[in-house]
Design a protein around this ligand. Sequence first.
Ligand code: BGC
Length: 928
Amino acid sequence: MKIRSLKCNRLTRPMGFALEEIKLSWVVDEAEGAVATAARIEVSTGADFAGLCYDSGFLPDADSAGTLITLDTQPNTYYYWRVTVRSDAGEEGTSPVSFFATGRQGLPWRAKAIAAPFAEHPVFVRRFTVKEPLALAMLNICGVGLYEAYLNGQKVGDEYLTPNCNDYKTFLQYQTYDVTPLLQDENEMRVYVGDGWYKGRFGLENGHYGGDTLALLAEMTLRYADGREEVLGTDEAWQCETSPILGGGIYDGEQWDFTRPVSTARAVPGALDISLVRPRISPPVRVMQRVKPLWVRAQQDGSLLVDMGQNMAGLLRFYNRQPAGVHICFAFGETLQQGKFYNDNYRTALGKYEVVCDGTEGWLRPYFTYFGFRYVRITGFATPLDEEDLCGLVLHSDMDRTGCLTTPSEKVNRLYHNALWSQRGNFVDVPTDCPQRDERLGWTGDAQVFSATATYNMDTLAFYRKYLNDLHIEQDRRDGGVPAYAPTFGEKDMAPPSSVWSDAITIIPDNLYRFYGDIAVLRENYPYMKAWLAYIQRRVGEGHYLFDVDFHYGDWLALDGATSQSVKGGTEDEFVASVYFYNSARITARTAGVLGLAQEHERYHELAQNIQKAIYHEYFTPSGRLSIDTQTGYLICLRYGVYPHRQKLLRGLSRRFQKDLYTLKAGFVGAAPACQILCENGFVDLAYKLLLRESYPGWLYQVNLGATTIWERWNSLLADGSVSGTGMNSLNHYAYGSVVEFLYADVAGLKPARPGFGEAVVRPYINHRMPAAKASYDSPYGVYAVDWRIDADNRVTMELRVPFGCRAHLPYDDILPETLQIDGAGRHEARETEHLFGAGSFSLTYRTRIDHAHPFSRASIIEDVLAHPAARRALGEHLPQMVSQAQLGDEEKRCETIENMLGPLLPGSTPEKIKRADEALRRINVFE
Ligand code: BGC
């Protein structure tokens, strides 16, 4: 038995985090047994576990996905912990040792906030001596806007953009670092402070949201070997130097001048409200990957153009070998236009890093900004640049990667990786819309839509919990209203509540509960779910159940709007808003149920029913037909179960897609989840058709145009590669990347059967367009993995892995149970409608109920037939006019089924010919 992934509140070895509760989790691998019979958690302040401060004893019901311990923690202290697990096979294993460490907790600060007496950016400096042997030195520090601390020339910690991004008027996060290894007898501490989100230009109003002064608060607690403690805090004894940083900001980049004369002064009291400084909740932002340039090319104008090969967010660092006085400028862009550098889509964001060199060699990079970029234009180099001197630093919040996925389609794989890169680029402490232009805001709609995909990809719990806290702060200010982005930093009117966006407060916690089963997430968010519903109820008025007031973004960027560049789609906003109101009421009712609040459960259930009734009354005909005849209209009704008559809704949906020639017209609301909804409601072929569409509008259109991240618009670039517009056009916008949830859940076929993934459903939706898929998900309990392929006999072979302590359900939906054969170590049993697997690794084979190998017949859509060489030949042989007509003819004809093109539409086709074409098509085995 091996035990890994020891986490505290889903963070690995957290230091100085807020510890309202301490929930420990671990994963058991390579066990002989299938389930744990007991587990024991031990906690000690010494790594040798000589004395224990907590011992759970062997608990029969310890939950490896999260067991709460109660511990009276002391400030600035390491708590080492390990867990011993016993299994049903009688084995016992002990984990490696992990730890969590406390910061200064509730201790009153002895340090004073300091600032510089000059207007320039300061470096705060303090020299000090450590005379006696040290046991531990902990630094607790908060600098505003952003800070970077150095001790004896070495960077303190490996975090960037501290103290992170949140509503600074409500709280400031301090960070805790163990600086023991950095200390020597004589020491110099230098802390750079810059504007960041706090003081720099930021937000839709270009505001300054924290304060007017850069300030620093730091306290180093030195614990000597003999147990004595000394505290070295910021005070007027600190020096300030003018820093080489001249200015910049999150949007604009940074300018450094190393040749500038340094002036020094004594620190003065700083404007930083100490009562707001709290233990951190933001997971660290770190360099998560390094990227080497794909190429560097000299341009005619003397500049250099660099292609990083990947659209990314973060920094470019360079090894400076330039002589003193040389002025270098790095400009960042996402795409080239006619082979040339371009970044007009950054709007007013300058996105530049400038350095005036002083001749010192060494690695340089900006401190208090980041860029979203693939290409860099460099000007000013006086001597040739060595490619090795450039390195891209991918910055994002540190989250473990949990999901992996591959399909036989290289293009789908690229799409998957593009979504992953858009996640990396937009998870820089806040889930942002985009990382490059003058926006980079935590738009709630985008965040909500992408939250399940993000959580398949990475362990997002701590990250989203911080973001939900950002939402709570806003709601407290707005009477329960959730703004369209958070933090707003007080930009009250720029982001009024809007349905779908504001519903993030119900949808994100619900998704987190689905993946992590952590009831604390529901408990924290339930009051805010209720507050959001109460807000809507106040807006719409007593006894009214349609959300038909206020502004809503609606089906943002859908293609059925007034023009092709319209931001608003064709689905009525009030309808979308009411369906989401219904869904939020349902989630709130369910949450009340989970929290054991029976009366409240009833209350919200009743609210949901009233909303549903009102929607039926307003938007459905008496016989049950949906009057909102748009893709998004049908899709969201299906998704949230809003229909009086399912068959009628399905028929309407089918007709709509037929009229739309099987192309997506939906936007943020409808398109993001479209494939999943279609697939799970019987439109499997259509779901795959949409996923695999290579022309505009389709997910693979952007892949074909070389995208390395997900675009904001279906046509962010036109087919000739030119940018479609600069008003609102990002090439790194994860919202449409939500299709990745479909890849995990329905293509590979892996989704939670119960909150927390203790049980999973394995249900791949097989289709002739997708003959195999492979995915793994490292759930809170361990790795589920599925790897399936289908052959020409409709025989599926599947490798399935179920983690320790878990079960997987394989429903017989598309399985002939009598053909199912299973090999492998682990318990499993046949049930009436499914096969149930315990922990273990299994090799399965079975035949499918559906004949996936022979998809063609007279009922096929002509363009699908034409796309398959053998099918096209068969059709050409028996109905040549149909092929030539479809090739010549308009798109509408190609989207007809063969049988519908007959008769008056296609003279010359006799029933005999049709029959023969049908037979020939039915004989084609697409897997042969
Ligand atoms: C953002 C979107 C966001 C929207 C609000 C845009 O500027 O980039 O992704 O959701 O505004 O509708």
